[in-house]
Design a binder for this molecule. Structure first.
Ligand code: TXD
Length: 308
C-alpha cells in the first residue's frame, strides 16, 4: 500500500514540498490550506504535470481535515512567514494559534502520524505541536538543521569551488541567529574545513549561514525562502518512509542530551520508520557547548511564553 502524507499550508513551502515529494513518488499527497480553492488548484496543477514528468502519485487539495485521515506523516507549514526586518520570533503569537489549531485537527484524523513542523519560530512551534498532540517525542520533530547545514555546505562549496556532493556539515542549536555551525565537523571529502579554509573566512561563512534566511527575505521582500526549506523537509519525509536510518540534524525534544532538558533544539538524530530513533551526542568543545547553551536559552525564553 502506498504511504500517505499531508502537507498543511499550501503556500510557498507547502506547495513546493508537494512538488518534490510527488516527483520522487514518495507517497500520495494531501495538500490543505484555509484558503478555499487554492490547495485544490495547486494540487490539480501538479496532477497535470504527471504526464510530462512521469510520476504516478496522487495529489489532492482540500480545506477539510477529513481528507487527511490516516496520514503516515503530516508536515505543518501553516502560518505567517517573515517580511524584511522581522525576526522569526516575531511570528510567535500568530503562528502559535495556527499550529495549535492545525495540530488539534490533525490528531483527530491521524492519531498515529509522525509530525514534522516547519512553521516558525521553529523550535517553539515544535513544542506547541508536542503539547497539543501529546504524541511521544519520537513522533514530533522540526525541520531546520538540514536547511541550515545545506546553506553552510553551499557556502563552503562556493568558497572552495568544489562540488557540494563532497561536503558534509553539522549545525546545532535553534533555528535562529544563535544557531551553532560546527566547522570541526564540516568536511570536504573527509578533510575538516579547518585544514582548508582560514579562520577569518570560516568565521565569515559561519556568520553568513546564521543570517542566510534573512539574506533571502531581504531579496524576496514579500516572504521567505522556500525551495531549500521544502527540499529539506522532503529529505526527512523520505528518510522516514524508506526507513533509511539517516543521520540528519533535526529539531528534537531533548531530555538531558547535551545537558539540555525539556526543550526542542537542533541536534543530529537517526531518522527511520519510527521517526527520531536516536539522538546522536557529538563530542563538542566547551566553547561549542557554551554556544549551544546560549542558543537553547534563547529558545527557552520563547517556549516559556507558551500558554495553551
Ligand atoms: O527552516 C524552517 N523551518 C523554515 C520555516 C524555512 C522556511 C519557512 N519557514 C516558515 O514556514 C515560515 O516562517 C512560515 O512560518 C512557514 C510557511 O512559510 P511559507 O513561505 O510557505 O509561507 P506562505 O507562503 O505564506 O504559506 C503559509 C500558508 C498560507 O497559504 C496560509 O493560507 C496557510 O499557510 N495557513 C493555514 N493553513 C491551514 N490552516 C491554518 N490555520 C492556516 N493559517 C495559514
Amino acid at each position: 500500500m502506498k504511504s500517505k502524507i499531508t502537507i498543511v499550508g499550501a503556500g510557498n513551502v507547502g506547495a513546493t514540498a508537494a512538488h518534490w515529494a510527488a516527483e520522487k513518488e514518495l507517497a500520495d499527497i494531501v495538500l490543505t490550506d484555509v484558503i478555499e480553492g487554492m490547495p485544490q488548484g495547486k494540487a490539480l496543477d501538479l496532477m497535470e504535470t504527471r504526464p510530462v514528468e512521469d510520476f504516478d502519485t496522487s495529489i489532492i487539495g482540500s480545506n477539510d481535515y477529513k481528507d487527511t485521515a490516516n496520514s503516515d506523516i503530516v508536515v505543518i507549514t501553516a502560518g505567517l512567514a517573515r517580511k524584511p526586518g522581522m525576526s522569526r520570533d516575531e511570528l510567535f503569537e500568530a503562528n502559535k494559534n495556527i499550529v495549535q489549531e492545525v495540530t488539534t485537527e490533525i490528531v483527530k484524523h491521524s492519531p498515529n502520524a509522525i509530525l514534522i513542523v516547519v512553521t516558525n519560530p521553529l523550535d517553539s512551534m515544535c513544542h506547541v505541536a508536542k503539547m497539543v498532540s501529546k504524541f511521544p517525542k519520537h513522533r514530533v520533530m522540526g525541520m531546520a538543521g538540514i536547511l541550515d547545514t545545506a546553506r553552510f555546505r553551499c557556502f563552503v562549496s562556493m568558497e572552495l569551488k568544489v562540488s557540494v556532493e563532497d561536503i558534509q556539515a553539522m549545525v546545532l542549536g535553534g533555528h535562529g541567529d544563535s544557531m551553532v555551525p560546527l566547522p570541526r565537523y564540516t568536511t570536504v571529502a573527509g578533510v575538516p574545513i579547518t585544514q582548508l579554509i582560514s579562520k577569518e573566512r570560516i568565521d565569515a561563512i559561519v556568520e553568513r549561514t546564521r543570517k542566510a534566511g534573512g539574506e533571502i527575505v531581504a531579496l524576496l521582500k514579500t516572504g521567505s525562502a522556500y525551495y531549500s526549506p521544502s527540499a529539506a523537509v522532503i529529505q526527512m519525509v523520505e528518510a522516514i518512509l524508506k526507513d533509511k536510518k539517516r543521520i540528519l540534524p533535526c529539531a528534537a525534544y531533548l531530555e538531558g542530551e547535551y545537558g539540555i532538558k525539556d526543550l526542542y533544539v537542533g541536534v543530529p538524530v537517526k531518522l527511520g520508520a519510527k521517526g527520531i530513533e536516536e539522538v546522536i551526542e557529538l563530542d563538542i568543545t566547551n566553547e561549542e557547548k557554551a554556544a549551544l547553551q546560549q542558543s537553547a536559552e534563547a529558545i527557552r525564553g520563547i517556549v516559556e511564553q507558551i500558554k495553551l
